[in-house]
Ligand binder design. Structure first.
Ligand SMILES: C[S@@+](CC[C@H](N)C(=O)[O-])C[C@H]1O[C@@H](n2cnc3c(N)ncnc32)[C@H](O)[C@@H]1O
Length: 264
């Protein structure tokens, strides 16, 4: 087992690496062993990566898009949110605050892309905490390891719809700018709820159908053209409520919605 050296109060102790601590959270019925890919992220033979079903998903699996994504995201978010999105650093700080992240906690960043939020979470939870970014895209994970690593950060190749973790092991879970790309987004939300501890926080940032209504012809057309799902105003909040979440808050801005909630 690889260890980080930790020198505190003059004593030389060893600390398990973030990858070792990520392994300890696995559900053996879902995933028995993780190996390290040459690019530096974790993977398992039993974890199936979903096939892409549309242009949006295909784009996420390209090296080109993974390479430019972090640069273009703030602009994309400003457009989607009718100019209401904050800048990059304010967005990361605001999300960490909404998750109520504390040093020592465990956070899963589901569909983490190039780790643009996971790296910040790792800094907030500190060396005694753990931030795991999970994504289905090899190029995104490769960028995540290169750009947003840290002593409390691990990246894992996986499917948001079938998380490999045990029940109730995370203090917080985020899924940002990704639910609209996931084939079965409500299955992914159920999985995030499963791995959260009671009292754990969730933050979801996703699309909002124009006018908040999904049952419109032009919304169907937008979905078909973009290959991305547009969510109705109450779809996700109602689903979280049915799963037993409380403290549900929703902020809408243009074609974007951010939902925060606490698992009961
Ligand atoms: C637009 S990026 C979002 C990255 C980051 N969370 C952010 O807010 O900037 C969407 C990510 O969702 C990932 N994704 C889509 N479907 C997924 C699935 N079923 N499981 C895991 N990741 C998935 C894509 O590979 C892509 O990296």
């Amino acid at each position: 087992m690889t260890k980080n050296l930790d020198q505190r109060e003059g004593a030389l102790t060893t600390r398990p690496t973030a990858a070792d601590r990520a392994r300890a959270l696995l559900d053996p019925a879902r995933c028995r062993e993780l190996t390290t890919h040459a690019a530096g992220y974790l993977e398992a033979a039993e974890i199936e990566i979903p096939a892409t079903q549309g242009f949006g998903q295909q784009l996420m699996r390209t090296r080109f898009y993974a390479g430019i994504y972090q640069l273009g995201r703030p602009l994309g978010m400003r457009v989607a949110s009718a100019l209401q999105a904050p800048g990059r650093d304010a967005d990361r700080a605001r999300t960490a605050a909404a998750l109520r992240l504390q040093p020592g906690q465990t956070i899963f960043d589901i569909a983490c892309g190039p780790g643009n939020f996971t790296g910040t979470y790792g800094q907030v939870v500190g060396p005694d905490g753990l931030a795991i970014g999970l994504d289905a895209s090899h190029p995104m994970l490769t960028r995540a390891v290169a750009d947003n690593s840290g002593p409390a950060v691990a990246y894992l190749s996986g499917d948001a719809e079938n998380l490999p973790f045990r029940d109730g092991v995370a203090d917080a879970v985020s899924c940002l700018a990704a639910l609209y790309l996931i084939n079965e987004p409500f299955r992914a939300i159920e999985e995030m709820a499963r791995v959260l501890k009671p009292g754990g926080r969730i933050v979801l940032l996703t699309s909002l159908a124009p006018g908040g209504r999904r049952d419109r012809l032009h919304v169907t057309a937008i979905e078909k053209l973009s290959t991305m799902r547009m969510f109705g105003r109450d779809e996700i909040t109602d689903f979280l409520r049915a799963l037993g979440f409380g403290e549900i808050e929703q902020v809408t801005a243009g074609l974007a919605q951010t939902i925060t909630a606490t698992k009961s």
